[in-house]
Design a protein around this ligand. Structure first.
Ligand SMILES: [Zn+2]
Length: 290
C-alpha cells in the first residue's frame, strides 16, 4: 500500500469522541460517519492523499469565466447585505479570506472598501489571483500562515471549512486573528438540508475534497465552543448565468436533462441572463468574537 492510499482513522472534529455510526459506506467523499455524541459528520477513515492540509503545487492554471467578476460581485452583494441585516457587518477594514481560490470574493470586497488578505493552499489559484487581480494572496495553509493576532475585522471561510481536516482548529485560529468584536462568516454545505436528505450518499456535496460536513446545529456548536456569540445561520442562494444551470445539471444529476435545458436556454437566447438559485443545501453563518 502506498503512502498516498494509506487509510487513517480520525476522531470527531467537533467533540473529539470516537463513537460514530456509518451513514454512507461509499460516497464520492469516501465513507461518511456521524458522531453519536454531537452529530458532526465526517469522512472516516481518510486517505492520506485526501487532504488540503498541504500546499498543492503543480496544478494547471484555474479555469476562469470571462464574466466571473460580475457574478462574484453579485454574490458578494447578497452576502454583505445579509450580514448587514443581521447587524454583523463591521465597517470596512481588514478582511481575511481563508481558502480564497483566485480571489474574486476579495476583489468584490475591495470594491466595497475592504483591505483583503487571502490564504490559498492551491498554488496555481493563488498565483492567478496575485497576477490577474493584483491581490495580496499568500500560498499557504491557514494554520501555518504567519498573520498578526487580533488584526482583522472580518474573516471569511467561503466554501473552505468542508475541505479542512480540523475545522475546529481553524475556527479557534480565526478567533485569535480577529479583533475583539470582529466577525467570522462561513459559507458551506448544509448536510441537514432537504437536498442532502433526498440524495443521500449521492448528494452533490460529497466530492473527493470534502471531508467535514455541517448542519446548522453543528456549525453553531463549533462557533459557540470557540468563543463566538450572536450566531446566525441561514440558507443562501447563488446568482449565476443561466447557461451554467445546464452545466450543473449535467455534472451532478442527469446528462440528458442537462442537454435539454442547455438547448432550451440557447433557443431563447438567454445564455447570459442571470438568475439566483437557492437549492437550499448551502448555508451562510456568521458570529461575533466575544
Ligand atoms: Zn462529536
Amino acid at each position: 500500500m502506498s503512502a498516498q492510499n494509506a487509510e487513517i482513522m480520525v476522531s470527531c472534529f467537533l467533540c473529539g469522541a470516537d463513537d460514530a455510526k456509518e451513514i454512507f459506506r461509499k460516497s464520492r467523499s469516501g465513507r461518511v460517519v456521524k458522531c453519536r455524541d454531537c452529530g458532526a459528520m465526517y469522512v472516516n477513515p481518510r486517505r492520506s492523499g485526501q487532504v488540503m492540509s498541504a500546499v498543492r503545487e503543480g496544478d494547471a492554471p484555474p479555469k476562469v469565466q470571462p464574466d466571473e467578476a460580475k457574478w462574484a460581485d453579485a454574490n458578494a452583494a447578497i452576502r454583505f447585505a445579509l450580514l448587514g441585516r443581521w447587524d454583523l457587518l463591521p465597517e470596512p477594514a481588514r478582511l481575511l479570506d481563508v481558502g480564497c481560490w483566485t480571489g474574486f470574493f476579495m476583489r468584490a470586497a475591495k470594491r466595497r472598501g475592504w483591505k483583503p488578505t487571502g490564504i490559498e493552499p492551491v498554488a496555481a489559484a493563488a498565483e492567478w489571483g496575485r497576477e490577474n487581480l493584483n491581490l495580496d494572496i499568500r500560498t499557504a495553509i491557514f494554520e501555518d500562515a504567519d498573520l498578526p493576532r487580533e488584526s482583522f475585522e472580518l474573516i471569511a471561510f467561503m466554501h473552505a471549512l468542508e475541505h479542512l481536516h480540523d475545522p475546529d482548529a481553524a475556527i479557534r485560529r480565526a478567533h485569535e486573528l480577529l479583533k475583539p468584536g470582529g466577525v467570522v462568516a462561513i459559507e458551506c454545505p448544509n448536510a441537514d438540508s432537504f437536498m442532502a436528505r433526498i440524495f443521500g450518499g449521492r448528494w452533490r456535496q460529497f466530492i473527493g475534497d470534502h471531508v467535514s460536513f455541517f448542519t446548522p446545529a453543528t456549525i453553531a456548536r463549533l462557533l459557540n465552543k470557540n468563543g463566538f456569540s450572536k450566531i446566525r445561520v441561514k440558507s443562501i442562494g447563488r446568482a449565476f448565468p443561466l447557461r451554467l444551470v445546464a452545466d450543473r445539471i449535467e455534472r451532478h444529476y442527469s446528462r440528458s436533462i442537462g442537454g435539454i435545458v442547455e438547448f432550451a436556454i440557447k433557443c431563447v437566447g438567454a445564455s447570459n441572463i442571470g438568475i439566483t438559485l437557492n437549492p437550499g443545501d448551502i448555508m451562510f453563518a456568521a458570529a461575533v468574537k466575544r
